[in-house]
Design a protein around this ligand. Structure first.
Ligand code: PHE
Length: 500
């Protein structure tokens, strides 16, 4: 704490010195000289200049200079004297033998001292005796080193010599020249960042100057988790359904029996979709254990011989086929369970939706994976018609930004009539298929026990399709699976609206 306090005192002294000087003088030519004259550390002056320049109190121009600093060896000589002078004074007036002199001095000092002293013609290096040639010597090297240490300029020949002896090295020196800036004031106005209770109580707020907001400053990058585009679009779709008054169905079972996935939906057991080329069947557990028996009987009946105004498919319905476990191929399996449950209670109209994963044994290409997500909605009420379905679809898809819709007759084993849904894509300038829909057949609803006048309108679409269009991804493998670049999650916008 002590330390921090001291630094801030010197910084403000440095600031006062700079601003005070500029009040009476045009400019500070050299921050280095300015600092030296006042005995202030140059680094502190530089910090102050940078800050004052930032707030435009001063205009600062950078100055770069080559300067010289002492090496460790140079620093030693600057304090204890050069080796040649030390050697000179180690020689008594009557002279000394080389051996004795060597004993008195450090070996490297002896070596350098001899060479330099001889060069200066200060000593006579006789074979027997080393003796002084002059009465007295000045330590010019030490003086020069001290001058450099003080930042004084010295002659270039001297510099050359000291550099050759590796007593000094060059260093780039950075300083500034400065003038008053557009916001110059002799004293820095303290701008406050927070309005406090004290400011109010003391009335000080009237005079205070507040720091301006920097709206263009970038915030810290967020380190938190990121949602995958599929999850973002899923959340938006969930919101759309909730706004339309739909309830979410529980989809937490990827494994389903063929019964709920196909049979309950009046899909005949010979239907190609029930082939292992299209559907993933489970090896273990390979069959389901519990099914509602009386309902199973009614389903068997409707497949084999019809009823409820239908002729059925006229084939031998096999329980073993219905028992087979699989990875659900559509979320309509969930819808069939929910409608069956609904039929077990006194009838009440319902609007249900689900968004979850389904699996199909498909060849993987740029638009197909063996697993994807389905969005499904259904409305169950008395007296619904195809018009209701078309109306609900317009409402639902326009909330996703798809306002131009077209419908094309289609076939599903469990709906009649059935319609494929197309939306006009403004970007692609063409109609693209966006979903499938229909009215559930009486052969599906009546065996469940729903009243005769109850109709169910329903539709389904993939979550991947709108997500790829919204996020401009044209290969599904870039959206989902092990090849996905994780940066996809970090870089994409939080939310995208409108599919066109
Ligand atoms: N289950 C259909 C599919 O997988 C979608 C659908 C749902 C169709 C509801 C009609 C009614 O494509």
């Amino acid at each position: 704490m002590q330390f921090v306090k001291r630094v801030s005192v010197t910084v403000s002294m440095a600031e006062e010195a700079v601003l005070g000087y500029l009040e009476k003088n045009e400019e500070i030519k050299d921050s280095g000289e300015f600092a030296a004259e006042r005995g202030i550390d140059h680094n502190e002056i530089v910090n102050v200049i940078k800050s004052l320049h930032g707030f435009r109190y001063v205009d600062a121009q950078e100055i770069k200079r080559e300067s010289w600093v002492l090496t460790d060896e140079g620093k030693t000589y600057a304090t204890v004297g050069s080796p040649e002078v030390q050697l000179f004074f180690a020689i008594p007036p009557e002279g000394i033998s080389k051996l004795d002199l060597q004993k008195k001095l450090d070996p490297s000092l002896f070596k350098i001292g001899c060479a330099q002293a001889a060069k200066n013609k200060w000593v006579d290096m006789g074979k027997q005796l080393i003796s002084r040639k002059v009465q007295n010597v000045d330590d010019k090297v030490k003086d020069l080193l001290l001058q450099i240490q003080q930042g004084l300029n010295i002659a270039s020949d001297d510099i050359k010599a000291l550099k050759a002896r590796k007593l000094i090295v060059s260093q780039t020196w950075n300083g500034y020249s400065l003038k008053r800036g557009p916001n110059y004031a002799p004293k820095r106005k303290k701008v406050v960042t927070d309005l406090t209770r004290d400011n109010f109580q003391s009335g000080e707020w009237k005079e205070l100057e507040f720091k301006e907001y920097n709206y263009s400053a970038k915030g810290q990058p967020l380190e938190g988790g990121n949602l995958h585009p599929l999850l973002k679009v899923r959340a938006q779709l969930k919101q759309i359904f909730l706004c339309m008054g739909f309830e979410e169905m529980p989809t937490n079972n990827f494994v389903e029996s063929s019964f709920w996935n196909f049979d309950a939906l009046f899909q005949p057991q010979q239907h190609p979709a029930r082939d292992s080329h299209d559907t993933f069947f489970l090896e273990a557990p390979s069959t389901t254990k519990i099914l509602p028996e009386d309902y199973v009987q009614r389903v068997k009946q409707v497949h084999e011989s019809g009823g409820y105004g239908s002729r059925g498919y006229a084939y031998d319905w096999k329980r073993e086929e219905a028992n087979k476990n699989l990875l659900r191929t559509h979320t309509t399996a969930v819808s069939s369970r929910m409608l069956y449950q609904l039929a077990q209670k006194p009838f009440a109209p319902k609007k249900y939706f689900s968004i979850d994963r389904v699996f199909r044994n498909e060849a993987v290409d740029r638009t197909h994976l063996a697993e994807f997500h389905q969005i499904e909605g259904l409305v169950c009420d008395r007296g619904l018609t195809l018009c209701d379905l078309i109306g609900v679809l317009h409402d639902f898809f326009s909330r996703m930004g798809m306002t131009k819709l077209k419908f094309k007759p289609a076939y599903n084993p469990y709906t009649e009539p059935s319609m494929e849904i197309f939306s006009y894509h403004e970007g692609f300038k063409k109609w693209v298929e966006v979903g499938n829909s229909g009215m559930f057949r009486p052969e599906m609803l009546q065996p469940m026990g729903l009243p005769e006048d109850v109709q169910v309108i329903a539709w389904g679409l993939s979550l991947e399709r709108p997500t790829m269009i919204l996020y401009g991804i044209d290969n599904i493998r870039d959206l989902f699976g092990h090849k996905v670049d994780l940066g996809l999650m970090k870089k994409n916008p939080i939310c995208r609206l409108g599919i066109d």
